[in-house]
Design a protein around this ligand. Sequence first.
Ligand SMILES: *Cc1c(COP(=O)(O)O)cnc(C)c1O
Length: 360
Amino acid sequence: MAIYNFSAGPAVLPREVLQQAQAELIDWHGSGMSVMEMSHRGKEYMGIHAQAEADLRELMAIPANYKVLFLQGGAHLQFSMIPFNLLRGKSSADYANTGEWSKKAIGEAKKFCNVNVAASNTDRNCTYVPAFDTWKLDKDAAYVHYTPNETIGGVEFNWIPNTGDVPLVADMSSNILSRPVDVWKFGLIYAGAQKNIGPAGLTLVIVREDLVGHADPRLPTMLDYKTHADNESMYNTPPTFAIYMAGLVFQWLKKNGGIGAMERANIAKADLLYAAIDASNGFYNCPVNKADRSRMNVPFTLKDANLDGDFLKQADARGLLQLKGHRSVGGMRASIYNAMPLEGVQALVGFMNEFASKHG
Ligand SMILES: *Cc1c(COP(=O)(O)O)cnc(C)c1O
């Protein structure tokens, strides 16, 4: 039986990538050792690291005046590193509040600066993207932070806020590499790796060079982007195996047509799943405004929550795993990242239709 893993993160990885890692695990390219056992200063690992960065730069068309940093600490540590590094003597920053992850970023930033919540969707239970003409931006803000894809609520921007000269900062943890983005429109992009990049333990930061080098010198060295930018992310020991795995994912993306092809596949998968929800006569419901529905994380509820347990048990028995919704939203959530094949979504939709006709 085919198994399909709909976990929100850590999440499904491409089967071919896992197979390649397995084949190379004990003896990487005749080196006599595993990538896990190599010095990060040796030429083998340095080659893996440089190739991963080069492939990511090519995939995302990252301009030369941006640094790519391979860090640790998750997206959570970025919630504080961003104000530490980007305030640059200013006292306030603008944040859009569009769901659970925005709220966490805001909560952390409030420890270090004034946060102006420039836009919010809490009036309708975080189910839509606030139109840009309602945003109350402060032209003196140090930066504008937003969350292009709210992993828990399933709300995704299909446009990029134009913040003029104020640097735009994006938490792309759950939709990076799922669609083309104009990197040059951003001051900083960050993402925990464990949704669309690779295994947990790696955090990716893409930052415009002029925003590096302004951290308060009293801060810990490790929290200054300059430390990592000046040392090719090797100031300390980087998460070598996670970077190697991310590199394999980047090669897999290149082999499969790059991010444009990924976006087309992601649209097809998301359309199929939302169509099944919308055609169920209310048996299934997705609360998110149609235009703002996430292509990566699809939350939905059953009309009768008493059926949730049965739904999950029967889905499990069919090899459709990890569909339970986040505790703050309830119901179900299907995460359908790049590595989820169309067949997985087809199997899910088949099961959902069957379950609805039995219980509807
Ligand atoms: C998962 C997630 C996070 C948290 O990432 P960690 O790596 O666990 O810190 C933050 N933001 C978004 C949008 C996420 O999806």
